[in-house]
Ligand binder design. Structure first.
Ligand SMILES: N[C@@H](CCC(=O)N[C@@H](CS)C(=O)NCC(=O)O)C(=O)O
Length: 316
């Protein structure tokens, strides 16, 4: 993997983000247009395409919203191969990991095509506008909110009266959990790792208590905040527990949280987005720092289909 500098892809990678005192800092997304009813990017079915990878949790959240809102026909997708190469995210020429939209062989071609002077990391997800042939956004949080509001004027996943509460959950979950596992896995010092793991497990403990007497984060009904938590839970036991040393406990050791995760998995369209073997292939890719030989562990086996005790209601 590498970065793009002034539209030229450099295979030499300076690292996934900058670090301060050994702590991982995620690079900021820079392509952040919005789809709005007034345009120029209007919410027309068939107009947009998502570039994703099954193993990327940030891409996963966009796929979850797309599935829950039934936008599979309205928004097409290309799925990159799980293991990045020195070309970053790549595609096959045919099959499940091909790019049917632009026939790109690597995602950096998509970035260069829209913006010949782009400088930055080549990340999934990318929301692509087929009409104007440009990237609308490479920020998953924005894509999730756009799909859940502009594509769904009823705002079922983000009702205005709950928006402030959803945003509070999103901030906590992003910092301590979604990015928290990366802060642990990419830490360069013991102290940075200790801080990340302490934050992560304290927050999981709190969420476990909260979900003991709440069906979902905000109460009874599914919201965007639940769909932003789920990708980290889906990868926890097969990937983060081992590959990122988040091993004080497994998700399956938290009765309420594990029940909640399986209840989310049981919602229509969600199971098709969960790919444990692909998570393992991706997170156990060869890495000088984390897994020099690239050997993928056999386990653990996680039974997502074990019936949950709770039922999560879809919003009307
Ligand atoms: N802010 C971005 C972050 C996305 C991100 O970091 N994606 C990772 C995959 S999980 C990626 O593509 N990394 C490639 C790289 O940093 O070179 C978002 O949430 O959309």
């Amino acid at each position: 993997m590498g970065v793009m500098i002034d539209g030229v892809y450099e295979a030499e990678d300076p690292g996934p983000g900058s670090t301060k005192n050994g702590a991982y800092e995620r690079a900021k997304s820079t392509l952040r247009h919005w789809i709005t009813p007034d345009g120029p990017f209007t919410p027309d079915p068939g107009r947009y395409h998502l570039f994703v990878a099954w193993n990327c949790p940030w891409a996963h959240r966009t796929l979850l919203v797309r599935a829950i809102l039934g936008l599979q026909d309205a928004i097409s997708i290309s799925i990159a191969k799980p293991r990045r190469t020195d070309q970053g995210w790549t595609f096959d020429t045919d099959g499940a990991f091909a790019d049917p939209e632009l026939q790109a062989t690597a995602l950096h071609e998509v970035y260069a095509r829209q913006r010949p002077t782009y400088t930055g990391r080549i990340t999934v997800p990318v929301l692509w506008d087929k009409h104007t042939e440009q990237i609308v956004s490479n920020e998953s949080a924005d894509i999730v909110r756009m799909l859940g509001t502009t594509f769904d004027p009823a705002r079922r996943l983000c009702p205005p009266e709950h928006e402030a509460e959803i945003d509070r959950w999103n901030t906590l979950i992003h910092t301590k959990i979604n990015n928290g596992v990366y802060r642990a896995g990419f830490a360069r010092t013991q102290e940075a790792y200790d801080n990340a793991v302490t934050d992560l497990f304290k927050t999981l403990d709190d969420l476990g208590s909260h979900l003991t007497d709440h069906t979902t984060l905000t109460g009874d009904t599914l919201t965007e905040a639940d769909l932003r938590l789920f990708p980290t839970l889906a990868r926890f036991d097969v990937a983060y527990h081992y590959a990122f040393k988040c091993n004080l406990a497994k998700l399956s050791d938290y009765p309420a949280l594990w029940d909640y995760a399986r209840a989310l998995y049981a919602l229509p369209g969600i199971a098709a987005t969960v790919k444990p073997d692909i998570y393992k292939a991706g997170y156990f890719s060869p890495s000088e720092l984390r897994n020099p030989l690239g050997i993928v562990p056999a386990g653990p086996k996680v039974d997502w289909t074990h019936p949950p005790r709770r039922t999560i209601q879809l919003p009307d």
